[in-house]
Each structure stands twice: as C-alpha cells, then as structure tokens.
Design a protein around this ligand. Structure first.
Ligand SMILES: *[C@@H]1O[C@H](CO)[C@@H](O)[C@H](O)[C@H]1NC(C)=O
Length: 313
C-alpha cells in the first residue's frame, strides 16, 4: 500500500500538475479509461482515488427543527390540551427529547407519561385516553399525521447546510474524488430530501448512495461505510466521511475512515475528539472548507495527515 501511494505521489509530482488530476486526461468519473491501460498504470491511477462520503440527516440538512415543527403542527391540528394548555415542544425541550428517547412515538409517550404525567384531551374536547389501547391509538394517529406534515415541510423548506453544496460540487468536478451519501434513513425519505436539497441532477451524479434499506446493520455499525468503500473499490483509509453525531462518527471510525464532524446545536457538546474525530467544524461553509483542506494534506503527507489544519475547532 505504502509503495503504491508513493508511486502515485511521485507520478503527480512528475506530471507537474497540482491537485488530483490523473495522468490520463481521458479518465472521467468512474474511471472508464482504466480498463484500457496497462496493469501497472491502472494500479497507479487507482491509488490516487479518494472518496468523500456524506451522512444525510443532520449533515446535508438539519432535520431536527423540521421534525419539531411537524410535531407541533400535528399537536395543533389535533387540538391537544393538557390542563387547558396546548401541547407544544420548544427547541430546548425537543433537544432533551432527542437525547433521551429514540423514535417519534417514544418521544410522545415520554412526554405524556414521564414529563407531564397526563395524556391530553384532543380533537375539540374529546376526553383524554384512559386505557393503554386508547393511548396507543392516539399516539399512532399523531405520528402518522406528523410524518405527512414532515414530508410537506421538507418539500417546502429543506435547504442544504452552509458549504455542503460547494464542497460536494468541488468533489464531483474532480475526477479523482468519488462522492457518496450514506444514510440510515429509508430510501423514500432520503431520495426526497436529496432531491429537494441537492436537486435531482446533482443527486444523480453521486457515485454511490447507500441507504438504511441497503444494509442489515445500522450505524454505529460500520457496515454502511464499508459497503460504500467496497462498491467504490476504494480503500477505507482513502475515504473521508462527514457526520454530525457520535453514532455516525463511530460507524466511520469503525470502518477505518477519516471523519469530519459538522455539529448541530443538539450535538455541539459531545466530545468528538476523544472518540477519534479527525476534525470538527460548526459548518463547512462558516469555515470555508475546501476540497484541498480535506484531501491536500492526505495527498502531501500521507493518509494519516492532519486535515482541516487551521480551520477545525
Ligand atoms: C419514564 O418513566 C418510567 C416509569 O417511571 C421509567 O421506567 C422510565 O425509565 C422513564 N423513561 C426515561 C427515558 O427516563
């Protein structure tokens, strides 16, 4: 491995070309030209390939606020009241829920059973449910409505986080960088989010897209990232993942990849560095993260080189 990457570095140096340009200018995305070259040349081309892999929820878009708005809109439609007060989740309270219980229905049960200790009246004065079956039925109906409201909000409001599109476009334009999305969400949900945030044209340019439906084990298991590396035929040590959470960081490091964290308000207090994070920034955009800050040091100083030097937290 070491000698092939040295050869690659030497080749780039000899060709006198800055950046990630392959010796063959005919070698476009997915390396169609490689097959025609001699074996030794194809090894050298191969060794210069890198991958940039994005998580979706939290990284490409901040979904947490949209989830919160969708819950509140559903509560409002159902006219939920506890002791005559409407049910509404604040930003601070939703953060607590987010870090306490997983899954939407569990969040509602936690709110009604643990926080307020009272199920709400609903739908213009219908009495609060009293049996576990009635409680489950109310929560099921709220969740179903919330899911639809969430989809509407995504279609209306989803925007990529600052700097994501810029970095992705730079990577897509570079023939030596493969680009992918690896998300635990279902195919339907992610495709919708990606079409709205990236646009269909950019989404179709992605070299790989591995979704929750595609793998048997979800993050923090590394399977989603090892699968991406296998499909791209790129060694994990040449892959850089962008994540926003501890769960995603563990998956990336477990796969043997570099990991950049773009944190959100709900994850900013996590100690990402002690868990092996390679660089942490609030937003790619606010720190002006470029492709060269990510892959430049790896290319110049080896695959373990410090990345995002001078811009990371
Ligand atoms: C909610 O309350 C129940 C019953 O008191 C308790 O067993 C459970 O651990 C609480 N849940 C959380 C997440 O704190």
């Amino acid at each position: 491995m070491k000698s092939t990457s040295l050869t690659a570095v030497a080749l780039i140096a000899l060709s006198g070309i800055e950046g990630f340009v392959t010796p063959s200018s005919h070698c476009h995305r997915l390396r169609h030209g490689v097959r025609d070259m001699s074996l030794s040349a194809s090894v050298e081309v191969e060794s210069q390939q890198y991958a940039l892999l994005f998580d979706c929820d939290g990284v490409i878009i901040e979904t947490e606020e949209l989830h919160r708005l969708a819950y509140n809109a559903a509560f409002n439609e159902f006219n939920l009241k506890i002791e005559n007060e409407p049910v509404e989740w604040t930003v601070a309270y939703y953060d607590i829920l987010q870090n306490t219980v997983g899954g939407g229905k569990n969040k509602m049960f936690f709110h009604f059973r643990n926080t307020t200790k009272a199920f709400p009246t609903f739908e213009d004065g219908k009495p609060a449910p009293t049996t576990p079956e009635e409680e489950q039925d109310l929560v099921d109906r709220l969740q179903a409505r919330k899911t639809n409201l969430y989809k509407e909000l995504i279609a209306e409001k989803a925007k990529a986080r600052p700097g994501v599109l810029e970095l992705m476009d730079e990577a897509l334009a570079n023939e030596n960088i493969r680009v992918g999305v690896c998300s635990a969400s279902t195919k339907e949900a992610v495709t919708k989010v990606l079409d709205v945030t990236l646009g269909e044209e950019r989404r179709k340019k992605l070299d790989v897209c591995i979704l929750g439906d595609d793998v048997s084990k979800l993050k923090p298991d590394p399977l989603i990232y090892t699968t991406a590396a296998e499909r791209l035929n790129i060694d994990p040590s040449r892959c850089v993942v962008v994540e926003d959470s501890v769960v995603g960081l563990k998956a990336a490091k477990g796969a043997g990849m570099r990991c950049i964290i773009t944190y959100t308000t709900s994850t900013e207090n996590e100690d990402f560095y002690s868990l092996g994070c390679d660089a942490k920034v609030p937003e790619l955009g606010s720190k002006g993260v470029t492709l060269d800050m990510v892959f430049g040091p790896m290319k110049a100083n080896g695959l373990d080189a410090e990345i995002l030097v001078g811009v990371k937290d």
